[in-house]
Design a protein around this ligand. Structure first.
Ligand code: 13P
Ligand code: SF4
Length: 319
């Protein structure tokens, strides 16, 4: 604990000396979330992370999260230096949507409006009309459906299916999934619910339909955290990455939080649902990158100019 304190203090000094600010996602280690808050940065969901990057005055943004979050920050703020603890922190959705194949998919359906999830590369975003995050995917698609637009959606097929069912929009879905949320199982969740009849079920929409169908609240990380603080239930079953429990416990220490089961038999396991790429962010590599200045996000200007439009459209829609 003594060591950790000292490391955090050194990082705080480095941030100050470099006019840098930390923004951390709710799935990262609690130490990073705490440090972000203690040093004038913030912890956020993906939409708020994008907004924070444009609102802060700091000339360096240090993004603790996964690569698409760093890229989005850079696309919106080309004049800022954007660092990450480890640029190899990717995402199964991003990896499952190669830009060339995605470009061919778009070219085959020129009459469709292209909506991509934030969890994609800058190159994929460059092909899109809209970018959305989980917190705003449904309102955006409802808006497009009201205008009778046909939608090409990528890459998360579970979020796509949820949005399609809720909006009635005509949608073609790319076949991608989040390795963390895909592991939640509907049948096992039924068993856990039977043991906890008072519990509200909170589900991130990257989860399979059979899990989403049992939810009391479906939403982004921020929306699920808000549900824990606002709903009267004493217990919550939570189907998302275990990193989220740090903030939930901080804001609602007296509530009982039960991780949704990732395997059969109704067993729950708190560390089972944890993103291996989010876990690549740690105090040690954060300190190192602040000293060495490597792991800097770069986005080719021609790509950036195309990728910024779908992101800006979302920010304007959500304003
Ligand atoms: P949100 O924070 O927008 O809910 O994003 C979830 C996610 O999977 C980020 O990797
Ligand atoms: Fe990607 Fe899933 Fe990890 Fe989020 S939790 S970064 S969607 S693999």
């Amino acid at each position: 604990a003594e060591d950790k304190r000292a490391t955090k203090e050194r990082i705080a000094e480095l941030l100050k000396a470099q006019d840098a600010v930390l923004v951390a996602h709710y799935y990262t280690d609690g130490d990073l979330q705490e440090l972000a808050e203690e040093t004038g940065g913030r912890v956020a969901d993906s939409l708020e992370m994008a907004r924070f990057g444009t609102e802060t005055e700091a000339s360096t943004l240090v993004v603790c999260g996964v690569r698409f979050m760093g890229e989005t920050a850079k696309i919106l703020n080309p004049e800022k230096r954007v660092l990450m603890p480890d640029l190899n922190a990717t995402c199964s959705l991003d990896e499952g949507c190669p830009p060339d194949e995605f470009a061919a998919f778009c070219a085959a359906h020129p009459d469709h409006t292209v909506v991509v999830y934030a969890n994609t590369s800058a190159e994929v975003k460059a092909h899109a009309d809209w970018m959305v995050t989980s917190s705003i995917a449904l309102p955006v698609v409802q808006h497009l459906a009201a205008r009778r637009e046909k939608i090409l959606w990528a890459p998360d097929r579970h979020l796509g299916s949820y949005v399609q069912r809720m909006s009635g929009a005509e949608m073609l879905l790319w076949d991608g999934a989040c390795v963390v949320h895909e592991a939640f199982k509907g049948f096992a969740l039924e068993q856990v619910r039977a043991l906890h009849p008072e519990a509200a079920v909170l589900v991130h929409p990257e989860s399979p339909d059979a899990v989403v169908d049992q939810a009391d609240v479906v939403g982004s990380t921020t929306q699920l955290i808000r549900a824990v603080t606002e709903m009267p239930n004493p217990e919550f079953i939570v189907a998302t990455d275990a990193g989220i429990f740090w903030k939930m416990r901080q804001l609602a220490p007296h509530k009982t939080l039960i991780p949704a089961p990732t395997a059969g038999e109704g067993a729950t396991c708190e560390s089972c649902a944890h993103c291996p790429w989010m876990a690549m962010n740690a105090l040690q590599n954060l300190e190192r990158v602040l000293r060495e200045g490597d792991q800097e996000i770069r986005v080719e200007e021609a790509i950036r100019q195309r990728a910024v439009r779908p992101i800006q459209r979302m920010l304007e829609f959500s304003a």
